[in-house]
Design a protein around this ligand. Structure first.
Ligand code: FAD
Length: 384
């Protein structure tokens, strides 16, 4: 069964790897030139891989390389702007059954790419159309090239063109949040603490940071209504962020200060309204193409990885694409939609304002296990 994969992000390349390890020939066609290919519309920056992402990498024998290339996180901590801790959760392997690792998207892409033969990864191939005839599915690319196979997987991200072809009514919904991000040089006077994913939740404002080997990845999220329309150039964005977060606890102001202005990026957050189906005929969707979530929980990559693995197993085990896709959807849909729903709720919770923010802080102080730790543990424990 020859499998065409459209999109060379986390989902597409992991699916190719998982399929080829099972002897199923799979070829990746991706829009961006090979060296630049990251997530659609997402700058090359950092990413945290939670325990259930790492368990997929264990299955694919990539975990050792990911751990070595990244930073193992000891804790996830949420603080208030006055520096007091709202809640903290251990992320060690002993506590979660697998480690959590922070690394740059570029590094992860390279680790996946180098495990696939060059001849099965084609960059600069933007898919412009898909058609089915008999037992064959054909992808047409910009420039006119066509390739055919028996199955086509749409791993082309949140704005998926394959999804548009399959389910034209699917809608991306605005989360009314804007997220800025950058990578700062590690401050020379940074306190010596165990590596952690740290967030500060203020009054409608949120700032998070995590160590990458070579620097510190940070993100700053605000409600869209609070974002000044004029601050669009990277210099203006950096200046506006420095003003907005100047009363946040160290190292927040110094991380913004230590970021080159041209490295500050902006993304309007959105998610995909839940799809009733992820497949039709010889075509199936995976990763953000099937269930894009807001990044409020940072679990999108883990979902993409789990899709890729489960889909590869199903395609190996079932005689027909229809049977394989039904099995895959059955195993993955509910869990992926739960993550997207919880991510949206987490975004509302983290960006609460006024009396709601005070209520949130008090609730978290009184019941951190019920409100934060237990639900997160449950999501982390959903493994392949
Ligand atoms: C701001 C932000 C921060 C995030 N942080 C985290 C985090 O810390 N941890 C985490 O787990 N998740 C995070 N996520 C979510 C995570 O990035 C996604 O869930 C993950 O990248 C999905 O992988 P994917 O392969 O499905 O899609 P993508 O990574 O979007 O990859 C899609 C691929 O398809 C290609 N493509 C697009 N159109 C075409 C076409 N027409 N033809 C061919 N190829 C095409 C693109 O070039 C790209 O390679 C974040 C998301 C955002 C928006």
């Amino acid at each position: 069964m020859r499998v065409l994969i459209i999109g060379g992000g986390i989902a597409g390349r992991t699916a190719a790897l998982a399929l080829r390890r099972r002897g199923v020939p799979a070829v990746v066609y991706t829009a961006a030139p090979e060296a630049k290919d990251g997530a659609s519309g997402i700058p090359e920056a950092g990413l945290w891989l939670p325990p259930n992402a790492m368990s997929v990498f264990e299955e694919l024998e990539v975990a050792g390389a990911v751990r070595e290339a990244g930073v193992r996180l000891a804790r996830a901590v949420v603080e208030r702007p006055d520096g007091t801790e709202l809640y903290a959760m251990g992320l060690s392997s002993e506590e979660q059954g697998a480690p959590s690792v922070a690394l740059s998207r570029g590094t992860l892409r390279a680790l996946l790419a180098e495990r696939l033969p060059g001849a099965v990864q084609h960059g600069g191939m933007a898919c412009a159309g898909v058609s089915e005839k008999g037992d064959e599915v054909t992808a047409r690319f910009e420039g006119g090239t066509e390739v055919s196979g028996e199955v086509l997987l749409g791993a082309d991200g949140a704005a998926s063109g394959v999804r548009r072809r399959l389910f034209p009514g699917a809608t991306l919904r605005s989360a009314d949040q804007v997220r800025y991000a950058g990578v700062a040089e590690r401050p020379a006077n940074a306190p010596k603490r165990a590596p952690a994913l740290r967030e500060v939740w203020g009054n409608g404002l949120r700032f998070g940071h995590l160590p990458l080997g070579e620097g510190v990845y940070w993100f700053a999220t605000q409600r869209a209504a609070d974002v000044p329309v004029s601050a669009r150039s990277s210099h203006a964005m950096k200046a506006a962020l420095a003003r907005r977060y100047d009363d946040f606890p160290p190292p927040v102001p110094s991380l913004i200060e230590a970021t080159p202005p041209q490295g500050v990026t902006r993304a309007e957050l959105r998610d995909l309204a839940p799809l009733e189906r992820w497949h039709r005929g010889r075509l199936a969707l995976l990763g953000d193409a099937a269930h894009a979530a807001t990044p409020n929980l940072g679990l999108g990559a883990a979902q993409a990885l789990r899709d890729a693995y489960v889909l590869a197993v199903a395609l190996e085990e079932h005689g027909t694409p229809e049977a394989a896709f039904s099995e895959y959807e059955e195993q993955r849909r509910e869990s992926a939609h739960r993550v997207a729903r919880r991510a949206r709720q987490a975004g509302q919770w983290a960006h609460a304002r006024g009396a709601w923010a005070r209520l949130r802080d008090e609730a978290l102080r009184l019941a951190p296990a019920t409100l934060a730790e237990r639900p997160l543990r449950q999501l982390f424990s959903e493994r392949v």
